[in-house]
Write a protein that binds this ligand. Structure first.
Ligand code: PTT
Ligand code: SF4
Length: 611
């Protein structure tokens, strides 16, 4: 089979058993790779109701049919499991040589279950797999551990690693690679930690055969050329995602003081232009010719890699208007392996609780010194840090009262850095994102602000669906970076062409969207419903009450809030378009149409399905 290795590596850390599972072309075409493979395996194999931090959870890393091949931004890998933060499906996506070497070792995915008796790491070198002792590596930061593993196994390896936060089961611990690529926001790092698994190290030397090598090379040259000749290329290379700070401030959607405001008085001090003044180099993912990792020297004279989300959540959202200091916090999060979005949200939440005098021990807005201590305490689950390590949903449950209204999360996952009190389409995107409130699937906000900012129109529902199909569906299953398309207008038609030349298989864009992507979304939703059973209802798809009840006091949209009726209407339209019922559960007919009849039988054990 061209395009896919057709092999999944299976590792049981409790029994040390390693095996290889083969799969067929039908599975490959139906689920493509990445997120598609991950949810199919989790749905089929995970016992509902298990503790995500128990040995029974399964951790999956998976790539796609184009991974490992030279080509525009194809060096990404998905990491997925049942999430300890949300209790539902969780995944993340990071750029790493681990993606390339996994594919070159001859596998498309690794499924890890059980729990190692002692701290361990997995080393895969072509056909050989070893579960090795992590003695001397456990306890190290992600940067130190990756360096040590490369000293042991050589520079031509790809490493995915956790830091102290993953080891100590911080619910939003993430996985890091190459000192600045991060993935797995909903606690994928904690799942690794719960298995005593410090790292994956992949080394692969096999060629990836191509169905039509000449055509593939020709297409790739044209793709790189199209990217480089984009009008926005030069600016992108200068600022990357950091330009979003300027844009969010201008449009009053920059999360500020725990999402109370949409503009920050010191935005200019943390924006893309300030970053340019500190920048020393660029880093990127494998095979990318638009590398966007902005490496700066931070306030402690160390290197840190900056992205928009990190700076907004550890800057404006917690009241810190100094980019050198924000960079230190960002680097600490990477070293400890903590998701910056959830981290900034948890810190913002405790700062607001302090302001409202709801906690004995608190932190004031912008208190950089205290925040530094707190991040370390979160990673090691010490004192107040132990409380923050649980995430805002659980923190609000403990604090009680009205605090749930300003715990800025959906389904337990903290909202990424867009304040949506006056952009209902983006609020819907957060509400319906399949892992909790993440912008990765439907970043409709730019289109929405340009067209009709505050309206509740069907066009917004359609845009959310369109983007979810492209971003959450196609890109997450192909496992390719979406930024060439978003930022530089790279034509989506290239992907079926590349796929055909690489694999000989034709999957049209329509089939990707209405077949693969819709199937994957329905299956992810079925996973959530099975986990939550009778507790599942449409409230799970609602953003926090703050956006409906409490208007910002500054900026051009001060005094504006979302309308509950309007949001409800958007949500009902969204469900109808997806073929889901009013509770947000896929209808029997929808599942059958998507080739998921087996899901009907299983799901009916947990809830009644609507025809
Ligand atoms: C992603 C999320 C993002 S999305 C950012 S910045 W962004 C934050 N980055 C973090 C970080 O850094 N360190 C850290 N400790 N925590 C972090 N949490 C946040 O995690 C990243 C790029 C970016 S930069 C984005 S938008 C795009 N994301 C893609 C995606 O999700 N899928 C895809 N097919 N292509 C994408 N391309 C872009 O990749 P999560 P990366 Mg990340 C330091 O995974 O869990 O979804 O969290 O992958 O290699 O770091 O590239 O303004
Ligand atoms: Fe990685 Fe940025 Fe290139 Fe995407 S655009 S592949 S995130 S370096």
């Amino acid at each position: 089979m061209y395009g896919w290795n057709g092999k999944i590596l299976r590792v049981n850390l409790s029994t040390d058993k390693v095996s290889v599972q083969e799969y067929n072309a039908e599975f490959a075409k139906k689920f493509v790779g990445g997120r598609g493979f991950a949810i199919k395996i989790l749905w089929d194999e995970l016992k509902p109701g298990i503790d995500p931090l128990s040995p029974e959870n399964k951790l999956i890393v998976s790539v796609g049919p184009l991974t490992g091949l030279p080509g525009p931004s194809l060096g990404k890998i998905v990491i997925a499991a049942k999430s300890p933060l949300t209790g539902g499906y969780g995944d993340g996506n990071l750029g790493s040589m681990a993606a390339v070497y996994l594919r070159k070792a001859g596998y498309d995915a690794v499924v890890v279950e059980g729990k190692a008796k002692k701290p361990s790491y997995l080393y895969v070198e072509d056909d050989k797999t070893y579960i090795l002792s992590a003695e001397g590596i456990w306890g190290l930061t992600t940067f130190e551990a990756e360096e040590k593993l490369k000293e042991i196994h050589g520079r031509n390896t790809g490493v995915l690693v956790i830091g102290p936060a993953g080891e100590n089961l911080v619910r939003y611990a993430t996985v890091i690679s190459q000192e600045g690529r991060a993935g797995g926001r909903p606690g994928m790092g904690a799942v690794m930690g719960s298995k005593n698994l410090k790292a994956f190290v992949f080394k692969g030397t096999k060629d990836i055969p191509l169905a039509d090598p000449q055509e593939y090379r020709k297409l790739v040259d044209q793709c790189y050329e199209e990217i480089k000749s984009s009008a926005n290329y030069e600016f992108w290379i200068r600022q990357g995602t950091m330009a979003t700070i300027e844009w969010c401030q201008e449009n009053a959607v920059l999360p500020t003081y725990n999402f109370k405001e949409g503009v920050f008085e010191y935005a200019r001090l943390i924006d893309g232009y300030s970053m340019e003044a500190m920048k020393i180099k660029r880093r990127g993912c494998p095979f990318c010719n638009m590398a966007c990792g902005n490496v700066v020297v931070d306030a402690e004279k160390k290197e840190a890699e900056l992205d928009y989300e990190n700076v907004a959540m550890l800057g404006s959202n917690i009241g810190i208007g100094h980019l050198g200091k924000v960079s230190v916090l960002n680097r600490m999060a990477d070293e400890y392996g903590i998701d910056t979005i959830s981290l900034g949200s948890c810190i913002g939440f405790i700062m607001e609780a302090t302001e409202k005098k709801l906690t004995k021990e608190g932190v004031e807005w912008g208190d950089y010194k205290k925040v530094k201590e707190l991040i370390e305490d979160i990673a090691y689950r010490r004192e107040l840090g132990n409380f923050l390590a649980e995430g805002t949903m659980r923190m609000a449950e403990k604090i009680g009262g009205e605090s749930k209204k300003w715990a800025m999360q959906v389904k337990g996952l903290e909202i990424s850095a867009y304040n949506c009190y006056s952009v209902p389409g983006m609020a819907l995107a957060f509400g319906t994102s399949s892992i909790g409130a993440h912008h990765k699937e439907a970043w409709v906000i730019a289109w929405e602000i340009k067209t009709d900012r505050t309206g509740y129109t069907k066009a917004k529902v359609d845009k959310v669906l369109e983007f979810q199909r492209i971003r959450g569906g196609m890109f997450e299953c192909l496992v390719s970076c979406r930024l060439p398309w978003i930022e530089l207008g790279f034509n989506l038609e290239w992907y079926p062409k590349l796929l055909k030349a690489a694999s000989g298989v034709t999957i049209s864009l329509d089939e990707m969207y209405y077949g693969v992507a819709d199937r994957v979304y329905a299956l992810i939703r079925a996973f959530w419903v099975r986990e939550f059973g009778g507790k599942w209802d449409r409230n799970m798809d609602y953003p926090p009450a703050r956006w409906f009840e409490e208007a910002p006091t500054k900026g051009p949209y001060k005094g504006t809030t979302l309308s509950r009726d309007g949001y409800n209407q958007l949500l009902s339209q969204y469900y109808a378009e997806r073929g889901w019922d009013e509770r947000g559960i896929p209808r029997r007919s929808t599942l059958e149409k998507l080739g998921l009849s087996d899901v009907v039988v299983e799901l009916e054990k947990y809830t009644s399905l609507t025809q």
